[in-house]
Structures are given as C-alpha cells and as structure tokens.
Design a protein. Structure first.
Length: 319
C-alpha cells in the first residue's frame, strides 16, 4: 500500500469540506479524482502533499514512498533554461558522481579502506537508481514528448508563456518518477499530440497516479479507478470514467430505492397508528348523508345524545 486514507476530515471554520474519507492507493493504480467544484478535490491533494493538515484522521504513506505534485500555480526558476530546469532532477546523482571521483582517488591510495568502499557503493546506488548515465537520453525523450523541440532547450524559463511553464513543470515531474504522482489538471495547455504522449507515458508508469481532471477522454484513456468526491466523502469505482457512469447510476438507483422503501415503511406505520386511533372514536360524520336539512340535523343530534353505546342494538332485541 503506497497510501492509506483513514477517516480523513477537513474544515474551514464552520464549513466542513471532507468528512470520514477512507481510501487506499496501491502501486499501479491510476486514479481519477472527480467531483463538482467546491467538493474538496484540491484540498485533498494539498493534504496528500503535506501543504495542509487534516483536522481528523490520517493520510499514511508507506515506508520510503516518494511523492510528486503538479499544482496549477507553481513557479520555476526564471534564470534557468529549459534543459537546465530538467537537469535539476538529477542533482543528487550528479553530486554522487562528483563525490565518487574524489573517493576513487582516495581509494587508489588506500585500497583496503572499508569506509571509502562503503561510500563509493552508496554513491553508485544513487546514480544507478536514477539511471543517471542515461540522463541526457531521458531528458530529451521527455522534452520532445511534452512539446519542447531542441530549438527551445536554451530558452530561459522566465520567457516562456504560462502554458509552456506548466508543461515544463509537468515534464520535470515526470522525469523525477516518484512512487506516487499527483496531478492537478495536467491536460491544461496541452495540444492533442502532447496529450496522447502523456496518456501513453502514464499508462506505462510503474508507480501510482492520482489525477484531478475535467477531461473525461483523458480519464477514459488513463484511469483504472475513479474516486468521486460527493457529500464530503469519497465513493470509489472500478474502471475508467465510462465504466464509472453506469456504476454511479446503479448506485443512485439503489439509494433512491432504499429511500422510497424507508418512506413507505414509515408512512404505513403512521397510517396504521392513525387508523387504529380513529376507529376507536364515535364518528358523527357517519351521519353526514342527511345533508343540510336542520330538522334532520336536530333528529340526528337527539339520537346521538340519547343513545347509550353500551346497550344492545334494538335490531337484535333483548335476550
């Protein structure tokens, strides 16, 4: 389990946004988060990224799980060019490579130094984990896929348009390859060709993906599960967006049926109680057929007042 949400809750003042949210993310999941505006999608993402704390419950990550978050309004270093921005991803590996050079020189002078050997092994592991010897190949692949041809690589990030900067931030995040990739409207500012490349990249992604998107075609192409934020909580559905729609319709029909059955049951109980009470009382309305004739009314009233309900009916006579 990469991530487990347990009874998560979040409020802003008296306005409760999330209540008792419980769900989980496994490696290989590609989950689309949907819901009407104001239902808490961005709030949930900010909690998952540590930018906001829940008021109740917990968001527990697995040991060593890394996360990457594409938010809508983040900024880049405007002084770095496109290629240098991407190269920042490999900073730990580049530092390890530089450190290894010095360590190997020291080891040549002292070949039996176990401490130096351990440090070199650690640096090697960092480099291998990032596949840093293929750094340039990786950078070029992602830049080309995200719509940055070679003649744009020397452009400073500060001169890029807002849409281009969003694409560059997404490209850098893809290159980082976190265990859990969290995306907020990633298809904004993408043309059709770039969107198709992104869809294919995410479908082959080895970690897990959480994505907020209003693009149903993107959700259909990428997602294996849907989280719907509704009523301050999450309802989970298997499959992509198209598979979610009939499942939600069926769930809504079941909920409506339960509500109707409950209403009918309660109504029948109250109606039964009402009829039982009414049946025990003398009812003058049984004489309503006499109409508005005052003589008839007088006769009826006299009959009602003089009649004893404990006596046997005259039609049966006396015993």
């Amino acid at each position: 389990m990469l991530l487990e949400l347990q009874n998560l809750g979040k409020s802003f003042g008296e306005h409760e946004v999330l209540h008792d949210v419980t769900a989980g993310v496994e490696r290989g999941d590609r989950i689309g988060i949907i819901g009407a505006n104001g239902t808490g999608k961005t709030t949930l993402l900010r909690i998952l990224c540590g930018e906001s704390l829940p008021d109740a419950g917990d968001a527990a990550f697995g040991t060593g799980v890394t996360t990457g978050y594409l938010e809508q309004n983040a900024r880049l270093d405007p002084t770095l060019d496109v290629y240098a921005t991407m190269k920042l991803v490999f900073t730990p590996a580049l530092d390890a490579m530089q450190q290894m050079e010095g360590l190997q020189k020291q080891l040549a002078a002292d070949p039996h130094n176990a401490e130096l050997t351990d440090k070199i092994a650690h640096c090697t592991a960092v480099v291998d984990a990032m596949d840093a010897y293929n750094m340039d190949t990786q950078i070029k692949k992602v830049l080309n896929g995200m719509g940055f041809p070679a003649d744009t690589w020397t452009k400073a990030a500060g001169v890029l348009s807002g849409g281009e900067q969003t694409r560059l931030r997404l490209a850098r995040l893809l290159l980082e390859r976190p265990d859990l990739l969290i995306l907020d409207e990633p298809t904004n500012h993408l043309d059709l060709e770039t969107m198709e490349w992104l869809e294919n990249y995410l479908k082959a992604y080895r970690g897990a993906v959480l994505v907020v998107s209003h693009d149903r075609y993107f959700l259909d192409a990428v997602c294996t599960r849907i989280w719907e934020l509704r009523g301050k909580s999450i309802k989970t559905y298997r499959g992509n967006y198209s598979a979610y729609l009939p499942q939600r319709e069926a769930a809504d029909e079941r909920q409506l049926l339960r509500a109707v059955v409950y209403f009918v049951t309660v109504f029948d109980e109250h109606l039964f109680d009402f009829l039982r009470v009414v049946s025990r009382k003398p009812n003058k309305q049984q004489y309503a057929h006499v109409g508005d004739n005052p003589i008839h009314h007088a006769a009826v009233e006299e009959n009602v007042h003089n009649r004893s309900y404990d006596e046997p009916d005259e039609r049966h006579g006396e015993e």
